[in-house]
Write a protein that binds this ligand. Structure first.
Ligand SMILES: C[S@@+](CC[C@H](N)C(=O)[O-])C[C@H]1O[C@@H](n2cnc3c(N)ncnc32)[C@H](O)[C@@H]1O
Length: 501
């Protein structure tokens, strides 16, 4: 049954939820931090204890977050103003005699980064809540991938934004804070029904359109595009529409990357999660660069992880609730691993892609970001786009040499030495950004000396002249060697022109 939430039903439901304080802060306050964290780990018992005192908020938590059946009378009292039969007809609750339980996952969702915003999100019950395997058209709730894309998204005011493959609508919710007009598309009718319920409940006016990939928005251009596509890599099949594209290998990611320039307005930015194959004898960076046109984009591929085939297959089988030891699990794993072998796949890379539409030659940067970091990547992505644009506008060596650069206060210099016959012998000298992605870069004595002078007061050309004189080196050679190093440090945010500090 396709859930149907009318405008009027959503308005009454939102009122009911508001009245009892079923919002992001209210739920944490009712449960306490420990029970809330336990619930997030799939451990419901502490939440049952925290809500033992009863009351409308406790009832909603038990019903929608813990997944328990509650007495029908309590559900009616907690959803005051909402006809429980209508809620059942809409698919929101399931009635069984005198008890009621969730028919859909309805949860408050807030994000610290969005000024304490609290929304409600409607999705399908997961396998644990539903007590059985999910359907092929399962509408995924907010998962790790959704959150990581939300944290990596640039949040600057834009006119139009496309959320491609909206699912339960989570990316569009975040976008509502900075985009004037949002369009959300999906292949799945069920996703659009639940995303529409999410948007209505939150009083958001989001245009929805059904269809595959870019087809529903053909011919239109957007200032920003976000996409968490079904990026699971393997043989071409669709077990679950939320994760399988029906395309072989990494073709889904390639399709979105290839299609983005065609829907981005000039200067527009597209961001997606993506997977790419690591094939024997092929560099992953060459592979993803091959998805881009020669002109018209700045592209940043950030690889967060690489999984070897066996680990990858096991992880995604378990994600679908399939025991790798079962007959079904063995058959699926065999077909999957055969496909990897036949296609020379030695690993699967996963990460973030950012594209900006430009009127210049394509610039591509591929980075490994496999170490742990805490800061959200969104502000760093925006800053990366600014730095790349600045370097393009100041590519002329004369302009670079006239620029006063500064080392940000978050950059530190590490020196590692070992004891030797003549005292400490330096092994490595490394620049380390202590913020954002935590980039590290080995460096040498000359660059260290140059950076010591970069305090936003003396033009680069003067500093290089002093350095050349101090070390008895030809000035031209020092400039020639320094300019690419400076550009690389700027790209990584370890050295900034005064106006970007
Ligand atoms: C991984 S989910 C992402 C959902 C949500 N945007 C998020 O961030 O959690 C992928 C979404 O893409 C949709 N999808 C699958 N194939 C598609 C296609 N060919 N065109 C458009 N959307 C598709 C699925 O229905 C699903 O909603």
């Amino acid at each position: 049954m396709l859930p149907q939430f009318s405008d009027e039903f959503c308005a009454r439901l939102a009122d009911a939820l508001r009245v009892v304080g079923y919002d992001a802060d209210g739920v944490v306050a009712a449960l306490g931090n420990q029970a809330h964290a336990a619930l997030g780990r799939g451990e419901p018992e502490p939440a049952r204890r925290s809500t033992a005192g009863g009351g409308p908020l406790a009832t909603l938590i038990r019903m929608f977050l813990v997944g328990d059946a509650v007495p029908r009378a309590q559900a009616v009292a907690a959803l005051r103003g909402v006809d429980i039969e209508e809620a059942a007809a809409a698919g929101l609750v399931r009635l069984d005699g005198d008890s009621a339980r969730a028919g859909l996952d309805l949860r408050p969702y807030g994000d610290d980064g969005d000024d304490g915003a609290s929304w409600w999100v409607v999705a399908d019950l997961d396998a644990d809540q539903a007590g059985g395997p999910v359907g092929a058209d399962h509408v995924l709730g907010i998962g790790h991938a959704s959150l990581s894309l939300a944290r990596a998204t640039v949040r600057r005011p834009v006119g139009t934004l496309l959320d491609l493959g909206t699912g339960c609508g989570v990316q569009a919710l975040h976008a509502s804070r900075h985009a004037g007009r949002i369009t959300a598309t999906d292949l799945s009718e069920r996703c659009l029904a639940l995303a529409s319920a999410t948007f209505r409940l939150n009083g958001l006016d989001v245009e929805t359109a059904r269809g595959s990939w870019f087809e529903p928005v053909g011919g239109r251009r957007f200032d920003q595009v976000v996409c968490n596509p079904p990026f699971v890599v393997g043989p071409p099949r669709v077990d679950y529409v939320y994760r399988d594209s029906g395309l072989a290998g990494d073709d889904a990611s390639a399709l979105v990357v290839r299609g983005l320039p065609g829907v981005l307005a000039p200067g527009g930015v597209g961001q997606l999660l993506a997977s790419w194959l690591h094939r024997r004898g092929e560099d992953w960076a060459d592979r993803v660069t091959g998805w881009l046109p020669d002109e018209g984009v700045d592209a940043w591929f950030v690889q967060r992880d690489v999984a070897e085939p066996a680990m990858y297959v096991g992880t995604w089988l378990r994600d679908a609730g399939i025991d790798p030891r079962s007959a079904e699990g063995s058959a699926k794993a065999a077909a999957w691993l055969d496909w990897f072998e036949a296609n020379d796949v030695v690993g699967v890379g996963f990460g973030f892609v950012t594209l900006r539409a430009t009127d210049s030659d394509t610039e591509v940067a591929c980075e490994d970001l496999r170490h742990a970091y805490d800061d959200p990547l969104g502000p760093e992505t925006g800053a990366w786009l600014d730095r790349v644009a600045w370097l393009r506008a100041n590519a002329d060596p004369a302009r670079l040499l006239a620029t006063e650069f500064a080392v940000p206060s978050t950059v530190v210099l590490e020196r590692v030495s070992e004891p030797g016959a003549d005292g400490w012998a330096e092994l490595v000298r490394r620049l380390h950004r202590t913020d954002g992605p935590g980039w590290q870069q080995e460096t040498d004595e000359l660059v260290t000396a140059l950076l010591a002078g970069c305090r936003g007061q003396v033009p680069l050309g003067d500093l290089l002249a002093l350095l050349a004189a101090g070390h008895g080196l030809p000035a031209d050679a020092v400039v020639h060697a320094a300019l690419p190093v400076v550009a690389d440090l700027v790209t990584h945010g370890m050295l900034l022109p005064k106006e970007l500090v």
